[in-house]
Design a protein around this ligand. Structure first.
Ligand code: ATP
Ligand code: MG
Length: 510
């Protein structure tokens, strides 16, 4: 049972007629899917794929709206032993052309309304099969699959075989395809099952997109491996989540989802009385959100850290005997994950000192798809992966992320860590959140610039913020300029797009 599919399938409860998924939104909701439905549909799709006689390691590229059928397609691809390649639904023709050209998938599945232009691009890139899948069970994929048997003997890929290509979020530059193997995905899923204490009776609210590591792997593998029911939202809606909390035990979200839930007056201890665990990740959770959540719900959010290339790396503890969940930290390296912090010269940093984070473990990917030079650059000679994140490990072993190496500001020869400055700014009156960037400066090389979001109804004064900072931190760290805006640019995973801010302000001093 060493394949991911076999492990997920073995997690299904003995009674296949039980409810595996209940939909909350989307056409026809609420719909109830049984475990047998997942088994049969994934078998039909796997049989359809088998009938195409694809070469080994063929990529199946998928850009469809979130639906339970899209999850069935994922399971069908795993079952047939092909490579699943999900694409962000926000991507338009220019981006899809790049991804299809880069990945050369044998099969492409797209939304019915995009068929005309996606099929043209797909055939240009050598794909021989293009299917459609709508969020209302329409489209040619399910039509064709319905002619196939609902039983299927799963493929037996080897541990090291390519299983999924996940394109990174493109926060720091062009997306790269991270090549993940059976072992990467299965070992991480099993580790998280144990570490987060998945148990009988757990019910997961699934409200994340499924083209990304968080919603696709962390959430879905967790629920399936544990045979847990999912309450399924195609689109996040705070009111709908709130209404379902009393029936659930586990929720996973990016920080913006927590912020939006806090905006609901009905979010209180009573609404969360059956909840066991709230998990946050994909972007830093503000300490303020962490504390407010504790006050309102009585629950301490568990923050964890990971990336497309490695699935999950660190987690705050679930069990009290393993330690407290510390806001502002991403917890401890997961069992089996090696994590070290080094300076630019490759020397290990003592506890509490900031450096580049490197990792090792069965969860670390094989490399970037068709980028051997980039892959070689990002691994050390002794096999550690350079995450591109900058952080420190404190004396108690908690990992703190202070930013990305690409976001580090070097002003007048001094390193400035954006997260540190953002922390001070966020504590000033009238400031809800902030993003600190470096922009070209003739004297300093780079100058520190802050973009600040005002609290609702407040209008902090830029000069006053700068003056307040001067009393608190070294002059070279104080932003030379502060802009007050209504919101920060974020991508679909809630990550602040600092590259856009840098581009916008690059001409400030030159
Ligand atoms: P790209 O690599 O294309 O620039 P990306 O790194 O944003 O995009 P992902 O793989 O989706 O793409 O995101 C991983 C990154 O998200 C991590 O490297 C880290 O910077 C950030 N991250 C994830 N979880 C956390 C967290 N809990 N706290 C802070 N940062 C986090
Ligand atoms: Mg990255």
């Amino acid at each position: 049972q060493h394949t991911l599919f076999a492990a997920l399938r073995a997690g299904f409860p003995a009674d296949l007629d039980g409810i595996a998924i209940e939909t909350v939104d989307g056409p026809g909701a609420p719909l109830h899917y049984t475990w047998r439905d997942l088994d049969h549909a994934s078998a039909r799709i796997a049989n359809l794929l088998d009938s195409l006689d694809l070469p080994p390691a063929s990529r199946v590229a998928v850009q469809v709206e979130k639906s339970v059928e899209a999850l069935m397609l994922y399971l069908g691809v795993l079952r047939a032993g092909h490579v699943f390649l999900p694409l962000n639904t926000a991507y338009q023709a220019g981006e899809i052309e790049y991804f299809l050209g880069n990945a050369e998938p044998a099969v492409v599945v797209c939304s019915p309304q995009n068929f005309t232009w996606v099929s043209r691009l797909a055939f240009q890139c050598g794909s021989s099969h293009v299917y459609t899948l709508g969020d209302n069970r329409s489209g040619t994929l399910l039509d064709r699959a319905s002619f196939h048997l609902d039983s299927h003997t799963p493929a037996q890929p080897a541990e090291d075989d390519l299983t999924a290509i996940l394109y990174t979020s493109g926060t720091t530059g062009r997306s790269k395809g991270a090549m993940l193997t059976q072992r990467n995905l299965l070992s991480n899923a099993q580790t998280l099952k144990a570490y987060w204490g998945w148990q009988a009776g757990d019910v997961l609210i699934h409200a994340l997109p499924i083209f990304h590591v968080h919603g696709l792997f962390v959430a879905i593998h967790g629920a399936l491996l544990n045979g847990s029911k999912m309450i399924w939202l195609n689109k996040f809606d705070p009111k709908a989540v709130l209404a379902k909390l009393p029936e659930a035990t586990v929720f996973m979200g990016v920080p913006t989802l927590y912020v939006r839930l806090l905006g609901e007056a009905g979010l209180n201890k009573e609404a969360c009385r059956h909840m066991r665990l709230f998990i946050s990740g994909s972007a830093p959770l503000l300490i303020e959100t962490f504390q407010l959540w504790q006050q309102r719900t009585g629950h301490t959010i568990l923050e964890r850290y990971g990336m497309s290339e490695t699935v999950m790396l660190t987690s705050n503890p679930y069990r009290a005997e393993d330690g407290e969940r510390r806001g502002g930290t991403v917890g401890f390296p997961l069992p089996g994950v090696g994590l070290r912090v080094l300076d630019d010269a490759g020397q290990p940093m003592p506890a509490g000192e900031i450096g580049g984070i490197q990792v090792k473990g069965p969860n670390v990917f094989k490399g970037y798809w068709r980028m051997p030079e980039k892959t070689a650059e990002e691994f050390t000679a002794d096999g550690w992966f350079k995450t591109g994140d900058v952080g420190k490990v404190d004396a108690a072993g908690y990992v703190n992320i202070v930013g990305r190496s690409k976001d580090l500001v070097i002003s007048g020869g001094y390193n400035v860590y954006p997260a540190e400055i953002e922390g001070y700014l966020n504590d000033l009156p009238g400031v809800a959140e902030s993003a600190v960037i470096g922009v070209p400066h003739p004297d300093f090389g780079e100058a520190v610039v802050a973009v600040v979001v005002a609290r609702p109804g407040e209008a902090p004064d830029a000069a006053a913020l700068i003056a307040a900072m001067k009393g608190q931190i070294a002059a070279f760290k104080v932003p030379k300029k502060v802009f007050v805006v209504t919101e920060l640019p974020r991508n679909t995973m809630g990550k602040v797009q600092k590259n856009l801010l840098r581009e916008q302000h690059k001409g400030l001093f030159v």
